[in-house]
Design a protein around this ligand. Sequence first.
Ligand code: AMP
Ligand code: MG
Length: 309
Amino acid sequence: MGTTVHLKFSAPDAVEADTAANAVFQRIEDLEETFSDYREDSELSLLSREGNKAPRTVSVEMFDLLQRSQQISEISRGAFDISIGPVVLLWRQARRTHQTPDPEALLRAKALVDYHNIELDPQNRTVYLKREGMKLDVGAIAKGYAADRALALLKSRGIESALIDAGGDLRIGAPPPGKSGWTVSIDSPDTAKGRTGCTLVLHDVGIATSGNIYQFAEVGGRHFSHIVNPASGEGLLGSASTTIIAADGITADGLATALSVLPPTEGLRAIQAVPGTQAFLVRQSPQGWQYFSSPGFPRTCDELRKRGN
Ligand code: AMP
Ligand code: MG
């Protein structure tokens, strides 16, 4: 999944700590084999290649992730869409060549993007991709999902106090012994390099930040984000970050990507349908930095940068 995973947890002794850590890393290795975009033999790659020929039986994990991802597509009215694969491929090329994608190729790729064409059959646990050429990209939720599975595995071993960091997508369990929570810093594009955007103390949540601080294609001096608007097929422009706190990692990860695409007020409205979810958005505008947050987001982020909403 192109990332590094860090674990922090408290176990009764060092032997149990080692055994548990090894079990978690094995679990993540297995998930990598399922969801990897880069491995030709991953279950995901096979599904993209074969899923249009006939409904295809998939693993429990794959079906679970696809179902959750369809929910996030519904909540965000398609701003989040894992059938974005063909378009993302073109923007990955743009990142290498520093040229925007060919408009016709982009149109053809965009025509293949529609989550309604991912047909899930829970009875038979099969997936059918209705259009030939569709390609799934789970880059926007797989890390959050892996972090959830890692925490669940630790819990099953009796380890409650844990933090899983899957490349910046965090799944947090019970607080460390004697503390009220885990201290987490959020990166934000409006602060100087090396300074954190804000610090929160959290437990029993997932938290994820999406943005274009690290990943973008540079074309003609403009920075196109690795996040694409499915409606236009364009990489997002403008400096921004979107932080979501949710009940679990997959929801936080998915919604952070979704709310990166949606206009701020629409995004904040959309998450009202998801209990336990809070958002903090930083957007660049000609007038300077703008901040948006849901009412329940922890107010410590410099009092949400000194303004109210
Ligand atoms: P994240 O960093 O979690 O926001 O995920 C970004 C990744 O998700 C990109 O690198 C793409 O692989 C994929 N992606 C880009 N745009 C979208 C979108 N609108 N919906 C779902 N996945 C996307
Ligand atoms: Mg995401």
